[in-house]
Design a protein around this ligand. Structure first.
Ligand SMILES: [Zn+2]
Length: 474
């Protein structure tokens, strides 16, 4: 694909004057944007089982109205239903098809949110967006209702600054079930493939390096989990009469677990090699603070902290089923199981990792106990093509908006729908941008959005879209 820049008529989005025009547009509209965001925060849009669905539906309705008011002719609310009657969260699609020779951009965000958790821990009402020292507090202020407003404002600005006939194809997709793991996303993509197809996909649901430094998230770890089950005897037996020649299931299981890491705390499973190295230094003090590390805790593993968080595999034991202390008696526990969660760095294949894990467990001395591994979920890691034109354009736009060079970061977590997007549209460039910063506390009490980050995120998206709109795809 060849691209060339047209400056024959209209403003040149690459010029410094245009950057200035974008900033003053955002200045003028910012309080109205924040008012719309406050309105969205009032909806208790929870897609989790057991919550009232009415606010989720009302939230979708409000999002549809927002985009309808921008002049989109095609605004649809979509709800999928599974064979056994389960319903997806309501998603909104708004479309303005591209003019010939212009690219199409898919703008993703989600309008559902995490439950508020312990209300006592909130300093403000989670459903009333409250401004305090430059931050807007409330559930969904950042994750991800701010993402919706970034797209909304950017489209409005594009019309105002370039004219309604800019010709760039725009598809807005606002999901209603991201926080429950996007169970219907793959189905959405299959069914509405044509509606959603795009050259570039902007996912505004990630984090910046800091309030002052923008980041483009260029890798996500993959994830696989499963259960390891150990059985030593057919039934529990008296530990006084029979104990000694037999190790109980807890002990055998503990040996398996302990053998998963080296003495230094690196993962001992062979064949999961690091393929990517972070460019930034993740501050250890900040990390300790973020996790609430106890005094004297030594960090495990080797390599830079950023690599241990983003690029290396990480295994955690996330649950154990065995006799509880309350139920314990002087008998030998005959069976025990544990659930593990294994995060995979870029380039690591989930099935290969599962095979390597099973082989490693088989090599562990377990005294001939029956050891079974039950594989669970698998998700592939994600890596952005750092050399793609879209990636370069996004980094420039971020740098122009913040006035500071944008950096590439990874994310230790996995975003299930991103893997679905890659599979459905392997040719598209996927850009993970963010409205969060290290103090956002998404998913926790006192979630907040830094308003200067919102401002810059909008500016960056306007710049990117405007620059794409003047491209001619040949
Ligand atoms: Zn989110």
């Amino acid at each position: 694909m060849n691209t060339s820049v047209s400056t024959a008529k209209g403003p040149d989005p690459h010029s410094q004057e245009f950057v200035t025009a974008v900033k003053s547009w955002v200045d003028q509209h910012f309080s109205a944007i924040v008012t719309e965001l406050r309105q969205l925060v009032t909806y208790q849009s929870l897609a989790f089982d057991g919550y009232d669905r009415a606010p989720l539906e009302a939230s979708a309705e409000a999002v549809a109205t927002l985009f309808h008011n921008l002049g989109f002719e095609h605004v649809q609310q979509l709800t999928e239903t599974s064979d056994d009657g389960d319903q997806s969260g309501p998603a909104i699609i708004a479309r303005a098809p591209a003019r010939t020779n212009k690219p199409t951009v898919l703008l993703y965000a989600h309008h559902d949110v995490q439950p508020v958790g312990d209300l006592e821990a909130w300093q403000t009402d989670p459903w009333v967006a409250t401004e305090k020292s430059g931050r807007l507090y409330g559930r969904g202020t950042a994750d991800d209702k701010a993402g919706i407003m970034v797209h909304h404002a950017a489209i409005q600005a594009l019309h105002d600054l370039l004219g309604a006939d800019h010709g760039l194809g725009l598809t807005v997709f606002i999901e209603g079930e991201e926080e429950v793991g996007s169970p219907f996303f793959a189905q959405f993509l299959r069914k509405h493939r044509k509606l959603l197809a795009a050259d570039t996909i902007i996912v505004a649901d990630s984090a910046n390096w800091s309030v002052d430094t923008p980041a483009l998230t260029t890798s996500l770890r993959g994830l696989l989990d499963g259960v390891i089950e150990v059985t030593v005897t057919e039934h529990p037996v008296h530990s006084g009469l029979f104990g000694g020649p037999v190790l109980d299931a807890n002990t055998i299981l503990s040996r398996i677990i302990a053998n998963l890491h080296t003495a230094d705390g690196d993962l001992a499973i062979r064949g999961l090699d690091q393929t990517r190295w972070a460019e930034v230094v993740y501050d250890e003090k900040e990390y300790r603070q973020q996790i609430g590390a106890v005094e004297g805790l030594e960090l495990a593993g080797s390599g830079s902290l950023a690599d241990r968080l983003w690029n290396k595999p990480a295994l955690n034991i996330i649950g154990i089923d065995t006799t509880s202390i309350k139920e314990s008696s002087n008998s030998i526990v005959h069976t025990a199981s544990t659930k593990f969660s294994l995060r995979l760095g870029p380039g690591m294949d989930p099935q290969h990792a599962m095979d390597a894990l099973i082989a490693h467990i088989q090599d562990t001395a377990t005294f001939g106990a029956t050891v079974t591994v039950h594989p669970g979920e698998q998700g592939r890691p994600f890596v952005v093509d750092a050399t793609s034109e879209a990636t370069t354009m996004m980094k420039h736009a971020l740098s122009d908006a913040w006035g500071v060079e944008a950096i590439e970061t990874g994310l230790g977590g996995s975003i299930p729908f991103v893997a679905d997007l890659v599979e459905a549209f392997p040719e598209a460039s996927i850009l993970l941008t963010g409205i969060e910063d290290p103090d956002t506390r998404a998913h926790s009490p006192n979630e907040s959005l830094d308003l200067s980050v919102l401002r810059h995120a909008i500016e960056a998206e306007i710049l990117l879209l405007a620059r794409m709109a003047v491209e001619h795809v040949e």
